[in-house]
Design a protein around this ligand. Sequence first.
Ligand code: FES
Ligand SMILES: [Fe+2]
Length: 389
Amino acid sequence: MKAMHLKSVSAAPQDELDNQSLPGWIYHDPEFFEVEKQAIFRNSWQVVCHVNDIPRVGDFHTFEFFGESVVVVRAEEGVRAFHNVCRHRAARLVDGPKGNCGKRITCPYHAWTYGLDGRLVALSRETFKNLDTSRHGLAACEHEIYHGFVFVRFAPGLPSVREMLAPYEHEIAPYRFEDLVPMGRVSMRPRAVNWKNVTDNFSDGLHINVAHPGLTRLFGRGYGIEAKPWVDKMWGALRDTPSSNWSERAYQTFLPQVAHLPAERQRLWTYFKLWPNVAFDIYPDQIDFMQMIPLSPTETMIREIAYVHPDSRREMKAVRYLNWRINRRVSVEDKELIARVQQGMGSSSYSSGPLSDGEVCLRSFGKHMRRLIPQSKLPQAPPRGWSHG
Ligand code: FES
Ligand SMILES: [Fe+2]
């Protein structure tokens, strides 16, 4: 992978930029999108699954990202991550989002066979007489297991997931992520907007009381946001006043005590968004991750998977369903909002807008973008070819 050398740009003074949102053109420009692949995503941590998604030897999950395909597999001695690419003629090895490959991975093209530790263990010896098989094992993909969640990345550079989330370790630890099991609802929700539009919206506190009546009924005006260098935190505490909405009121009423959570987290919803595009939604009743996968300058796939601690109480079953109903509504509201923003980002009349002092997450995100891709300081797109030096 060749390193990118982006030209520095002359732009408005730093403090002026800090008070402005990112310019509209970077939300649809194809060349900017290409640059983001390298400058933002190549070394970013991407969550694939949880170790409890792959409990038995041979269980695997795959992950597709900007043309890369990775397989995370349960081997005898633990979880491994490999590029899903045969070392002979590059054929994709395993298919589908998940499955079980048994004790070996056999390529469907010419039957090279790999152990779950990645070693090339069998091939036609008549065809490949003197091949040194030790040099043709699967290519490992760097991975990190963060409290049970398996993250991968394609290049080094950023701190580890654990380091990035360290400021909130004491808040996350009580949720016992390690013991989570999948709830079986994997959702892939396409959005016809730029990925940053989805992540901006996720970390935007200002719109809650304007555009999410359900969350306002649940949290009142107490929705909080906070930014640390690599992670945004949003939170809301459930009010005692019963909501006028049936699902919300039932959720408030039936949400049971969760034995492993401290008192102050029993009725708290918390969201953490890790740079640049992965978030954890943490509820007392369930935890999910949301990953905004960029597909094109104006298309994003939201990949979302919910996990729970095994709990057979009827109230717990009920609130998990109610949570889904409440958040499905929120998701529809956000879909509508981000579509409006995406449309406006294309207007010749718009470059960027002012950020209020409280918009700390958008400020933090903007700083990262301007540092990594200096052209995002520019109010308009530079002439095409700007990224080619
Ligand atoms: S491409 Fe896999 S064995 Fe030939
Ligand atoms: Fe929202």
